[in-house]
Every structure is written in structure tokens, then in C-alpha cells.
Design a binder for this molecule. Structure first.
Ligand code: IVH
Length: 729
């Protein structure tokens, strides 16, 4: 081995690079318990010593990512996700006593209960923290995950284990089911929040806006040590999957949670009527300030778990529960300016810029003004003192002008041209939204579409936040979705060109094989990749970006559809489309077909009416949209990715999936809405009239002409009992 001082700088740089790579390669398994090291300690130490010796001789060759600068194990690569065994739902909101009465009426209608029939509820404070799913197997806590998108959340097991036993039991009693998901809210008590912020301030660190942010920030960190230094608390209040039902009633379940040493909120009350629910709401509202934890309302739950099961869910919320929110908090401040933002569909949205004001514990400096009519209706002018309202996580709103305060000089003039691209902005008859007509030539629209494309519920590409999208858009690297997946190849090609030009300039031929040491060394000198040279990015972050892009080259069909940003196609609709059509090709063919049948099939899907159908078909009617989609698929494929088939979990496992069913006559064990909801949950299509395409007609008492029609057409006729047997109960 050549002694370090006999090396030329070029030789030293090449060897350092080789050693660094080798050390990094060996480091992987070394730092992860359970993996067999790739080299003996002696070999590993020898590499490190050689590396250190060369660095000592060539201090100007020490790289930012040198192994000598690394202490201990590298932090976890990222947060891993866990799929909840049963999705974690959100709650529908009630804002008035009328909404609560309506909720009760709906529950009764669905279950076929008379107005005066007994129906028990449990009323609970709605804790303002973040929900957590705790999986216990064989009575022992094995995993903890955040809610995430409801289907899967982040693995926070290591963090949650830093909570004391008094907040989080590690073992349930011997009577616990073999498997149970216990759900609750992780929160930070008001006192702990104030103490934390005082410590943050003393240390010159950033302050948390409210206890919920503090709790979330404490849990999501890659470093459980930090969670341990924060005081987090936990209330248990719900259940996910369970190998056997732990109780017949929610109230009873809460008792079992207490017996297993969980903290269950002490304010929780059993209620027998809407009047009692509303009284609870009032009392808790009065008590709110004295409680040692933040709440933003109360939750009402149907007590009987069998009724809960029957009620099931709509979209992402259960039919058996509702959140009754406290009124939003308000404050007054100065309206400094009105700016116009251009969204991904070209909508011009006025945004109010405010003198920052604290509204119920959160600093607000922007508020939405929705559209031009809204500005006119509220009569707000720049320079007015306005009242701001904020409720929960929703965007703050301007309620109106403070009476008798000095007025701004002039009414706001809404622009009729796009402030970003200058194209005409038009407002079709009968609509409230004015839109830029620039399409994708409008930078704002193109960028917003990209932001939507990479967002959490779409392709979820880590490292492509707003700032980076803006930057990559500006330098022309990413103009449309497919560019994201060819970014790495584009970069490497540019890099090759740069090396060629550079070596020509130097008069020395440098190998252009990216795997050669020669190439690596010279590109290293050039700043690794042009991207880095431009943006001052670290090599590591560019590598991370590429690898997170590669990781997302395969996505589920529902995310793919949602990511396209078709007007009115939100997550729920995207999911329904994916589940219905199964594969990208089926879906795309159907959307591009202009036959009556294709349209009828599309509008037969739950929640897809003619207006939504039109938007989807309009999207595919445009050449550039079809191109965008096929370029995207090609770019994903070039990275070895693809669009995965939609998981038709319920559909394929159920004997009635995809079948057309008609219910007629009076059913006994369930109401018509319940029958319909259950059939649809199993993937069946419930239709109103009998035709040759109908698979089953389910007849209740006094079935009339539909039963006769079915008999005539030879469609299978089932009694209510036959139907129940078919769907397994
Ligand atoms: S029950 C199916 N009970 O509110 C509903 N949720 O808006 C399961 N929350 O994600 C939740 N206090 O984070 C329930 N006593 C309580 C709650 C509560 C707070 C949160 C929870 C949930 C959100 C829904």
C-alpha cells in the first residue's frame, strides 16, 4: 500500500472516494441490529484508519459527507408506514343543535327506529391532539401508528414507548382479546405545553403554535429521545380491529379500557336523548377553560356496538358518531392587501393579507375571501379593520368589517386578466369563479398541478415540496408530471455533456462511463450533479430525491387518478373510479369512449353525477391531457414502475361484488337505506328498476310489479333471508 504522503492529489481523491464508498457499504448492516456485518472489525478498522490517514495528509480533500464526520449510527432513513387493520375514520361535524337533531333523526331513519324508541348515546369531549392506533397482540403492545391518511399511518412505536406506563399500558389484562387495536388521542396538557414553550424560548428554539402542534411535532420526530423529553399524555376512546368483541356497548368498552389501566376521559357521559347531548355540550363548553387539555368540541357516539356495525360508514366517517364543534374563535385586525392566487384549475382566488393577529392561540396572517362576489357581499376594502374567524384546521375567514372603524379608501377591483400569465380571466354565466384561460401555458396552473401531483395523498413524493417544485420548474427541469420520473436520467445526461465539454476544454479525455472512477472523480470536482451546482444542494439530498422518486414510480390506481387533478375528482371519487374500473387501461378506455353505455356505467358509480362525469370526459377529450397521461405512464415504466391495479378487497371477496341488485317491498331486518348501504359496501350496484341486466331482485313483504317483472325476465328472485344468507349475515 502506498503511504499517504507519496500519493498525488488525484490518486488521493480517487482512493478516498473508493474508501468512503466501501465504508458506507459496510456501515449499512453494521448499524442495524440483526444483520450480519459484511466484514470483520479488523478489516473495517483498517479501512477507516487508511481513510483517516489520507484525509490527514490532504485536508482540502475532506468531503462534506466523509465517513470521518459521521458519529454513531446514521438516523433512520425515514419513517415507515403501517397499514391499519381497519381504517381510521374522521368525524362528520355538527355546528348547531339543529345539526345534532338531524344526526339523531338520520340514525333512526337508517335503523328504522321510531322517534320515541330508546337510543343510547355516549357523549365525550373532543380532545385536540392527534389520534393514535395501538395494536396489542397476546395482550402486549406491539405497534403504534398515527392516523396518516386513515388507511395507513406512520410507525411511531419507538416514540410512543417513551410515554410512561401510567399514560400507556404496555400489557393488557389476561382477559384481553388475542388481538385488539385500541385507539385514542395523544395530546399535550396545557401546563406541559406552556412549560415546553418556555424551555424552547430560553433555548432560542422555535415556539409551538398550540398544544396539538407541539404533540404532533414531538411524536413525528425521527428521534425518540426528543419524544422522551416532552411530556405527552393519552386518552383512549375507540377501537379498531379485534379478534373478539370486547364489549357489547361503547360505555362498557370504556370500562374495560379503564380496567386495562388506560386513561379514559372523566367527563364522558351516558346520554339518553338529544336534549341530554346538548346539555352535555353546554356544560363542557362552560368548563372548557378549566380543563387541563385543549378540546375543540364534543363527540356523540351511538352506544350499542351492534348498531354501530349496522350503521357502518359513509365515505370516511361513521354514521354512528358526530363531532359537535365549539364556535370558532374570532379576532379583529387590519386588512393590508388583497392578493389574487391562481389555482391548478385556473381559479382566481382572492387572499387577504392581514396584520398578524392571534386567534384562539394561533397566529393568523392570511385569510381566504373565496371569490369576487364574496368581497362585494362583505363590502371589505383594503385598509379596513376586519373580523377574522378560525375553526379547527380550516382556513381562517373574514367575517366582516368592525363597525365604526375607519374605512379603506376604495372598493376592490377584481382583475379580469390572470395576474400570473396575463391571459384573459373569464367567469361563465351562473358561476362564481373567474378562471384564467391560459391553461398549462399559465405558469401558476402548471406549477399548482405539479404541486398537487406530488402531494401527500397523490404521488406523495418526499423531497419535492413547494420550494423544490418551484425551483425545478423555473430551471425548466420539471414542466409536467412525466418530467419528474425522467429527472434522474435528464440529470445524468446533462452531467455527461458537462464532463465531455470540460474534458475537451482541458485537452484530456475523461471516461464518460458514469461508473468509472475517473468519471466519478471529475464530476465530483464539478459539484457532483448540475442540480447541486445550481441549487447548492448536498449530494445526499439529490440522491434522496432520486430515490424517493424511484420509490414512487409504482403507485396505486386511486392515487394515480387523484394526482391527475381532474376537476371535481377528489380522493373519494378517485377511489371509487379505481375500485370500479380496476386497471388504468380499463378506466382510460372507458373515459375516452363516447358511447351512451360508457357514460351510463360512469354515472352508475356512487356519487358520480352528470357534472362530475362531464369533467372527467372533458379532461380526456383534450389531446394534451391524454398525452400527459401516456407520457407519465411511459416515464414511470422507464424506472421499472407501473400503475397498480386497484385493490378490490371487498369486491372480490364478496359473492355479490359487481352484481346489479334491486330491492323491492318492505324489508324486515333492515331499512332500505341500510340494505342499500350494505350491498354497496360489498361491491354490489343497487339499481331502481328491473332489467335483463339485473342479477338479483330481493323481495320483501308486499312486493309488487318488480317481482313480477323479474319473474318474466328470468332474473333470480331472493327472499330477504336468502339475501342475508348470500352476503353472509
Ligand atoms: S372517535 C370513527 N372520540 O377527532 C371516529 N375521536 O375528527 C373515531 N377525537 O381522528 C374517533 N376526541 O383524532 C373520537 N373522544 C373522541 C375524540 C376523537 C378527539 C379526534 C380523533 C379523530 C378526530 C375526528
Amino acid at each position: 500500500m502506498i503511504s499517504p504522503h507519496s500519493l498525488t492529489p488525484l490518486e488521493a481523491a480517487i482512493e478516498l472516494d473508493r474508501l468512503a464508498h466501501e465504508i458506507k457499504r459496510l456501515d449499512g448492516p453494521y448499524n442495524h441490529p440483526g444483520m450480519t456485518p459484511l466484514a470483520s472489525d479488523t478489516e473495517y478498522d483498517a479501512l477507516k484508519r487508511r481513510h483517516a490517514a489520507i484525509e490527514a495528509h490532504f485536508p482540502n480533500l475532506v468531503r462534506a459527507d466523509s465517513p470521518s464526520k459521521q458519529v454513531g449510527a446514521p438516523p433512520a432513513e425515514g419513517v415507515s408506514t403501517i397499514r391499519h387493520r381497519i381504517p381510521m375514520l374522521s368525524l362528520d361535524n355538527a355546528f348547531s343543535p339543529g345539526d345534532v337533531t338531524e344526526f339523531d333523526a338520520k340514525v333512526r331513519r337508517f335503523l328504522g327506529l321510531a322517534e320515541d324508541a330508546a337510543l343510547d348515546y355516549v357523549a365525550e369531549p373532543k380532545i385536540d391532539g392527534l389520534s393514535i392506533n395501538l395494536l396489542y397482540e397476546g395482550g402486549a403492545l406491539v405497534r403504534a401508528a398515527t392516523r396518516g391518511d386513515g388507511a395507513e399511518g406512520e410507525d411511531v412505536t419507538a416514540n410512543i414507548l417513551t410515554l410512561p406506563e401510567s399514560e400507556l399500558p404496555r400489557r393488557l389484562g389476561p382477559d384481553a382479546p388475542a388481538l385488539i387495536e385500541i385507539r385514542g388521542e395523544v395530546y399535550m396538557a396545557k401546563a406541559d405545553f406552556l412549560a415546553l414553550n418556555a424551555r424552547q424560548e430560553a433555548a432560542g428554539d422555535k415556539l409551538f403554535a398550540n398544544p396539538r402542534n407541539a404533540a404532533a411535532g414531538s411524536l413525528n420526530l425521527l428521534n425518540p429521545q426528543i419524544t422522551a423529553e416532552r411530556r405527552l399524555s393519552l386518552f383512549a376512546y375507540a377501537m379498531g380491529d379485534a379478534s373478539e368483541p370486547p364489549a357489547a356497548r361503547h360505555g362498557e368498552y370504556l370500562e374495560r379500557l379503564k380496567a386495562w389501566k388506560f386513561k379514559v376521559n372523566e367527563e364522558i357521559r351516558h346520554c339518553l336523548s338529544v336534549a341530554e347531548l346538548l346539555a352535555f355540550y353546554e356544560e363542557i363548553g362552560e368548563k372548557r377553560k378549566q380543563l387541563d387539555y385543549e378540546i375543540d368540541g364534543v363527540v356523540y357516539k351511538v352506544d350499542d356496538l351492534e348498531l354501530q356495525r349496522r350503521l357502518g360508514m359513509v365515505s370516511r366517517s361513521p354514521r354512528w358518531a358526530i363531532a359537535h364543534k365549539f364556535p370558532a374563535e374570532q379576532a379583529a385586525t387590519l386588512l393590508e392587501a388583497i392578493e389574487i392566487q391562481v389555482g391548478r384549475t385556473g381559479a382566481l382566488t382572492p387572499v387577504a393579507r392581514l396584520t398578524p393577529v392571534n386567534v384562539g392561540g394561533v397566529w393568523v396572517e392570511n385569510a381566504t375571501l373565496h371569490n369576487e362576489d364574496e368581497i362585494a357581499r362583505k363590502g371589505v376594502r383594503v385598509g379596513d379593520t376586519v373580523i377574522i374567524q378560525r375553526a379547527g384546521d380550516v382556513i381562517p375567514q373574514i367575517i366582516g368589517i368592525v363597525v365604526d372603524s375607519p374605512r379603506g379608501p376604495a372598493d376592490f377591483l377584481f382583475p379580469d386578466h390572470c395576474p400570473v400569465c396575463g391571459a384573459l380571466a373569464v367567469r361563465p354565466e351562473g358561476e362564481v369563479i373567474r378562471r384564467c384561460t391560459g391553461g398549462l401555458t399559465c405558469e401558476a396552473q402548471a406549477k399548482e398541478r405539479l404541486r398537487h401531483f406530488v402531494s401527500r395523498n397523490a404521488f406523495d413524493i418526499e423531497g419535492l415540496g413547494e420550494k423544490n417544485i418551484d425551483f425545478l420548474f423555473k430551471i425548466g427541469r420539471i414542466k409536467q408530471p412525466s418530467d419528474i420520473f425522467s429527472l434522474e436520467a435528464t440529470e445524468r445526461n446533462i452531467l455527461k455533456d458537462v464532463v465531455t465539454i470540460w474534458s475537451e476544454h482541458k485537452g484530456r479525455k475523461v471516461s464518460d462511463d458514469p461508473l468509472s472512477e475517473d468519471f466519478h472523480y471529475h464530476t465530483d470536482k464539478l459539484g457532483i450533479l448540475p442540480l447541486i451546482a445550481f441549487a447548492g444542494w448536498q449530494e445526499k439530498s439529490v440522491e434522496n430525491l432520486f430515490s424517493s422518486i424511484r420509490a414512487r414510480a409504482t403507485v396505486g390506481l386511486e392515487r394515480f387518478i387523484f394526482a391527475l387533478g381532474i376537476r371535481q375528482v377528489g380522493e373519494a371519487t378517485a377511489k371509487r373510479l379505481a375500485r370500479h374500473y380496476g386497471t388504468l387501461d380499463h378506466w382510460r378506455d372507458a373515459m375516452q369512449s363516447d358511447t351512451e353505455e360508457a357514460l351510463a356505467e360512469l354515472t352508475s358509480i356512487e356519487d358520480i353525477g352528470p357534472a362530475v362525469a362531464k369533467d372527467i370526459r372533458d379532461f380526456f377529450a383534450e389531446d394534451h391531457n391524454r398525452e400527459t397521461v401516456s407520457d407519465l405512464v411511459a416515464a414511470m415504466r422507464a424506472l421499472g414502475g407501473r400503475v397498480e391495479e386497484a385493490k378490490r378487497v371487498e369486491a372480490s371477496s364478496s359473492p355479490v361484488a359487481g352484481k346489479a341488485v334491486v330491492f323491492t317491498g318492505t324489508l324486515i331486518t333492515m331499512t332500505r337505506p341500510e340494505a342499500k348501504a350494505r350491498a354497496e359496501a360489498l361491491g354490489a350496484k343497487v339499481v331502481g328498476s328491473v332489467s335483463k341486466k339485473t342479477d338479483y331482485v330481493v323481495i320483501g313483504a308486499d312486493a309488487g310489479s318488480k317481482a313480477a317483472e323479474a319473474a318474466k325476465l328470468g332474473v333470480a328472485i331472493l327472499s330477504e333471508q336468502d339475501w342475508l344468507t348470500l352476503i353472509g349475515g
